[in-house]
Design a protein around this ligand. Structure first.
Ligand SMILES: [Zn+2]
Length: 263
């Protein structure tokens, strides 16, 4: 699969136009096509457009507007997360992929080894250095998210950076050299001071904020009293499913774990 520079997205079924964490869709809720997005882009200066590409394999023409650019006329702005949780589900993969790739392209213009301007690879989804020939791939950040059970109870926590009352699962980035199971056990130990057993993989999800790959697990409580890591969590407690606090919206890995889709 390759990305191509294309000034005009006329040949593409999906036209993805994003700005910050939003996407612009048609009034009827569908994605515009490539030529509709190209028409919109013609009204902007180059400095308003952070980047764009076409990709045949995903039938996608994608572009990102700078945060300062005015919103386009005739299209409706919604958080792109909404397209992960609503029908048609076919949009989830193309939107998540485009959001990740546009962010990556915007932040990966020069070779970190020799400083040359990078070009799109003609053979794979990557950037290539014309000077030292090094290949730069899109960067994924693998993360674990885990639901801990103790009999009928599940452990949920409130994060310090969340201003809302949302309670969710324990989560964190996988450290260099760690296995995913080791990351699960470590995050639980660090964030709530518990030990667990029976760590079981339940599913995964691309999560382009900007580039996480969420790997979802369940684990069984073994021992310890809840001791929250103050830098990360404001509170953690055991809940039963018939008396849950506010939880993340449907479609997220956390919701699937908590509500049993990934039981
Ligand atoms: Zn180079």
């Amino acid at each position: 699969m390759t990305l191509i520079d294309c000034p005009d997205g006329a040949d593409f079924e999906f036209g993805i136009l994003i700005q910050k964490k939003n996407i612009f869709i048609l009034e009827n809720g569908r994605l515009p096509n490539g030529s509709e997005v190209s028409k919109v882009l013609k009204k902007y200066n180059d400095s308003d457009i952070l980047g764009s590409y076409g990709e045949q394999a995903y039938r996608t023409f994608a572009a990102a507007l700078s945060p300062e650019a005015a919103e386009p006329d005739g299209l409706k702005r919604i958080p792109y997360r909404s397209l992960f949780i609503t029908e048609p589900a076919e949009y989830a993969a193309v939107v998540a992929r485009a959001a990740l790739l546009l962010d990556w392209l915007h932040h990966t213009k020069y070779c970190s080894s020799c400083g040359s301007r990078l070009h799109l690879s003609v053979s794979e989804t990557a950037l290539e250095c014309p000077q030292c020939r090094r290949i730069w791939y899109p960067v994924l950040a693998p993360c674990i998210i885990v639901l801990i059970s103790n009999g009928e109870q599940i452990l949920l926590a409130r994060h310090v950076q969340h201003t809302s009352d949302i309670y969710t699962c324990i989560a964190g980035f996988i450290e260099a050299g760690e296995s995913v199971e080791e990351a699960v056990a470590r995050e639980i130990r660090e964030e709530v001071g518990l030990t667990v057993k029976d760590i079981r993989y339940r599913g995964s999800q691309g999560w382009p904020y900007p580039n996480q790959l969420m790997l979802a697990f369940r684990a069984e409580y073994v021992s310890g009293d809840i001791t929250v890591q103050k830098e990360e969590l404001s509170e953690a407690a055991w809940f039963t499913r018939d008396a849950l606090p506010p939880i993340p919206l449907p479609g997220s890995a956390a919701h699937r774990l908590i509500c049993g889709d990934w039981y």
